[in-house]
Design a protein around this ligand. Sequence first.
Ligand code: GLP
Length: 242
Amino acid sequence: MKVLIKKNYDELSKQASEIIAEVVKQSPDAILGLATGSTPIGTYKELIRMHKEEDLDFSKIKTFNLDEYVGLGGDNPNSYRYFMDHELFDHINIKKENTNVPDGKTKDLLDFCKNYDKRIEEAGGLDLQLLGIGSNGHIAFNEPDEELSVNTSIVKLTEETIKSNARFFNSMEEVPKEALSMGIGSILKAKRIILLASGKGKQEAVKKLLMSDKVSTYLPASFLLLHPDVTIIADEDAYSLM
Ligand code: GLP
């Protein structure tokens, strides 16, 4: 696992966007796995800048997002589809039909999950997966538990995640209790993984991840230790317990 420590959030965002831009330049038809949450916003801003100022071309890029809240459609400002459209897709020359975010309003959730991994595989597999990390060590919506899903599935959100994500909603009651999420296996199939950790709220999770030599379902991010090409980009605040 490679660890890059950056002075602050802006530097972290620059570093992450440079890695993604390199992939896009080298493979203009790359398949990118993308993440939501507040952490990747700066990375997306940089990618938008590179598209506008340096002609970074997304016209053949395909994307698959990690997760979505069950019950929220793309018109809901708290949905991850809405987030991706507003924070990235609407500002670059990606074709909308090439962007995939799990559909929280799909009628048959189980069938959707079964097909999502298949669709990623048929597209050629993820060349790069971008990840954030939850304060409890979750990746995508794979929450600490006695078992973790291998493939895309319907997951129950923990109290901690509901509390922590409530900042985007009007109240805690409004936060959906379930989500569709790529599984640990779906994520580990990506050829390359970048995990971003910013701010003091991530100190514990980063420390546990970097100190551990064991995988544990109670620290979902620890499964990344099994992958041969993971880069963690942390800012000094997130890294300061080390
Ligand atoms: C959500 C997402 C995760 C994300 C996490 C951290 O729970 N499902 O993919 O990594 O939040 O979010 P933030 O970057 O806002 O701290």
